[in-house]
Each structure stands twice: as C-alpha cells, then as structure tokens.
Design a protein around this ligand. Structure first.
Ligand code: PMP
Length: 341
C-alpha cells in the first residue's frame, strides 16, 4: 500500500430502500444528498433511452460537450475540462499538483472529500476554522505559506450553504502562488456568481445538482490556459462516457427545465427557512439545502419516522443539513420535525 492510504472513506447518505427495510416503513423521504427531486430533463431521459453505442469508447476530446458548456457558462471551451463529477476533477487536480508535504488549505467545516483527498496524497491538511456564521475568516491569509499548493473554496459551502465575500476570495488568490480551487457545485441556486478569472484560479461546476444528473457523474471546470496540458496529462483518458456526454448535452439544450427546478427549489428553500426559524437555529442558504442546529440525535429520530436528513458530524460541525425536496416531501419533513420538537 502507499504510505498515505487510509480507511477514512466518504460517508454517503442512506438510501430510501435501506431505511424502509430497517424500520419497516411505507413512506420514506430522502433529503440527505442534495439531489434534484424533480430529476433530469425529459429530453435528457429520451436521449438516455435511445443510446445504443455501448461497445464504443468515448471520444476523449469531448468537444461538443465543451462547446455547449461554453454557451452555458460563457467560458472559453479551450479552457474547459470535463470529469467524473467534481469529485473526479478534484482527484485529477490532486494527482497533478500534490507532492508529499504540500499544504492544502481547507476552510472547515466543509465537504469531507477535500480532506480525504489531501490525506490520501500525503498532503499537509491545513484546516482553517470558519467564523460562527461559517464565512471564511480574513485571517486565512496568515495561513498561506511557501508550501501552499491548493486552497479550496466552495461557493456556496456544503453543509452550511453560505457564500463568501468575493473581495476576500480575490485577495486570497492574489496572495498565493498556489492554485485556488473554487467549487461551484451549487452555483445555480445562488444569487451571486463569483466570476474570478486569474492565472491561479480554477472554477469547477457539476451537472449533479441543478441539472439532476448525479448518477451520470458529469463535472467540468475552467482552468487557466497554461494549466490545461498538465491537467490532461494527469487525467484518465475517458473520464466521461459518451452516454453521459450526450445526456449532458440534451440537458444543456433544455435549460428551461433546469431553471424551473431551481426556481421551485429556491422558493421552497425560503419556505423551509421561515418554518424552521420558528423552532430551531437555522442559517440562510444559497444552495439547495439548509443547515440548522438542534438537539443531538435528531437525525436518528427523524430516520425512524421516515425522513432521511444529514447529521453533519462527519463534516466536523454539530448540526443538520436538510436538502430541499418537492413541497410534499418538505411538508412531511416539517410535520415529523414538529412531532419531535
Ligand atoms: N463539491 C461539493 C461542495 C459537493 O457538495 C459535492 C456533492 N456532494 C461535490 C462537490 C461532488 O459533486 P459531483 O457529483 O459533481 O462529484
């Protein structure tokens, strides 16, 4: 085994079937993995059903997908890379960048996979504690050093749903020779789009959330031009299947579907926030979930009643994250929560 191989695997949300069987329940609602409850665009599903070329390898250029992403984002297609979700892109970035002992700055609490990758690559994980409102503190600048290779900034953050002050993000990027990785997994749900384009800034996005394609594993990123050839040399040759590419293209052609999902989710997010505020300590969110604090063990109690939410201890914070579902799923969650609190 490699020196830094460990056993801290990613903890996924429980599945509906698992919980139904465990507690003998008829109705289980899953609000634990930040998925789009409305699913993928019907046009994307049609393309999925009609695909037959399973015996062919993909074209590793992914030109058509990158061109569609250029139209969607306004980014130059030549600087866009695609991968197996943001997870896959992050993995390639770590392979490309990190030597043993390099420092990776991770404002904490946050998405666990960043830390898992840092440890796996024998990096020195520098956790910068977020403020009480979960914003990145200005003293993050004091943590930058000659060995800083990577600074990871989710925008919005998971599990807390907040975004950062764009001025601070820019200042961080201008203060380091390392790469600043901005993770915009939830950007479609946010009011603010951080369009920072510097020679050491990577912005990554995904089709897992707003586009409802989590199971197809499609992520993409804009790299500074000079970095693209290094990225390609560190990536697996065929990170995305042609099936996934074609479904992604169909989804991008049906932007209205995605926008409508986002509109409904944002409106429900505000309703849940208002309702939760009546009986727990809830935080404003720019994503498709909300974070709140309440008594210990609440996620297990809700599980027994058929509601799967996320206990955030594995994110190194005490509290809970609930994904915004369809209105009837959210009602079910609120009803069960009221019974308990
Ligand atoms: N970044 C953040 C902040 C996330 O919450 C997630 C999903 N849990 C990911 C990246 C991974 O997304 P993908 O499905 O694109 O790998």
């Amino acid at each position: 085994m490699r020196k830094c191989i460990g056993f801290d695997t990613y903890v996924p949300g429980k599945s509906i079937e698992e919980v139904k069987e465990l507690y003998g329940l008829e109705r289980v609602v899953k609000l634990a993995s930040n998925e789009n409850p409305y699913g993928a665009s019907p046009r994307a599903l049609e393309v999925l059903r009609s695909f037959t070329d399973l015996h062919r390898y993909p074209n590793p250029e992914y030109r058509e997908l990158r061109e569609r992403l250029e139209e969607y984002t306004g980014w130059d297609a030549e600087r866009i890379v695609v991968g197996a979700g943001i997870d896959g892109i992050l993995e390639t970035i770590f392979t490309m960048l990190i030597d043993e002992g390099d420092e990776v700055l991770i404002p904490t609490p946050t998405f666990q996979y960043y830390g898992i990758l840092a440890r796996l690559h024998c990096a020195k994980e520098i956790k910068v504690q977020r403020r009480a409102d979960f914003q990145i503190p200005e003293n993050i600048l004091d943590f930058l050093s000659e060995r800083t290779k990577l600074v990871i900034i989710p925008f919005p953050n998971n599990p807390t749903g907040n975004i950062e002050d764009p001025k601070l993000v820019k200042e961080i990027a201008e203060s380091t020779k390392g790469i600043v990785f901005i993770d915009e997994a939830y950007i479609e749900f946010s009011d603010l789009n951080l369009d920072l384009d510097l020679e050491n800034v990577i912005i990554a996005r995904t089709m897992s959330k707003a586009f409802g394609l989590a199971n197809l594993r499609i992520g993409y990123a804009r790299l500074p031009e000079w970095l693209v050839k290094y990225y390609r040399s560190a990536s697996t040759p065929f990170p995305v299947s042609t099936l996934a590419e074609k479904v992604a293209i169909a989804s991008l052609e049906d932007i209205e579907w995605m926008k409508e999902c986002v509109r409904k989710i944002r409106s429900e997010r505000e309703r849940i926030f208002r309702e939760l505020r009546k009986f727990v300590n809830v935080y404003p969110s720019q994503a498709n979930f909300v974070f709140f604090k309440s008594r210990e063990g609440l996620a297990d109690e809700l599980l027994k009643k058929g509601v799967i939410i996320r206990d955030c201890r594995s994110f190194e914070v005490s509290g809970y994250r609930v994904t915004i579902g369809k209105p009837e799923e959210n009602d079910f969650f609120l009803e069960k929560l009221r019974e308990l609190l």
